[in-house]
Design a protein around this ligand. Structure first.
Ligand code: GRF
Length: 203
């Protein structure tokens, strides 16, 4: 069977990238063929380097718009020929022209979407007083965390939670959910029909 290839875009710490390195890349389920970051200080880059995964820092030029920047991202991605692009803490919106030419793109978000899109989702959840929170892995459709939902994991919000403590617990769920979804894509077990996405059981 042909090797399933992933590209990961990450702007920050890269704990989700690390989960993919440990449980998907190093286990041979799929190969991370490139990691791209828009931030020079992103620890995600060091994580990729440490695992000997090709990585590129692509810093946006001063006053460069998202379309132009993502044309440069697309040309680097073209050489890696990914089957799936994973946004793992990537802080930029992908333009429609990028998505039109890309393979499926998925994102991981620290809330139970459609609640609490955008930045600081755990803080938004606490401010709203919700009792249950969690994470969502979804297809990217050009909106801000609006694409079809693939997988969600939930946890109770604790009375003593701060945005950081809640986010830290959610991240553990993110890692599990992302591994499950990427593994399902690599095995050809994801069925997409409009906004309905199903992970099909094996066998
Ligand atoms: C995660 O909470 C993810 O849901 C959000 O950004 C954070 C990235 O964390 N989109 P990390 O860089 O993977 O540790």
């Amino acid at each position: 069977m042909a090797e399933y290839r992933l590209a990961v875009l990450a702007s920050g710490n890269g704990s989700n990238l690390q989960a993919l390195i440990d449980k998907v890349h190093l286990t041979g389920l799929a190969r991370i063929s490139i990691v791209i970051s828009d931030r020079s200080k992103a620890p995600a880059l060091a994580r990729a380097e440490h695992a000997s995964i090709p990585c590129r820092l692509l810093t946006p030029l001063p006053a460069e718009g998202g379309k132009s920047y993502h044309r440069r991202v697309a040309s680097v991605l073209a050489t890696a020929a990914p089957d799936l692009i994973v946004l793992a803490g990537y802080l930029r919106l992908l333009p429609a022209e990028f998505l039109a030419l890309a393979p499926p793109v998925i994102n991981v978000h620290p809330s139970l979407l459609p609640a609490f899109t955008g930045l600081d989702a755990p803080a938004q959840a606490l401010a709203a007083g919700v009792k249950i929170s969690g994470c969502t892995v979804h297809l990217v459709d050009g909106g801000m965390d609006t694409g079809p939902i693939i997988c969600q994991r939930a946890l109770p919000v604790l009375a003593a939670d701060t945005p950081d403590s809640l986010h830290a617990r959610i991240k553990k769920l993110e890692h599990q959910a992302l591994i499950e979804v990427v593994s399902a894509f690599a095995r050809g077990r994801v069925a997409i029909s409009g906004r309905k996405v199903e992970i099909q059981e094996e066998g």
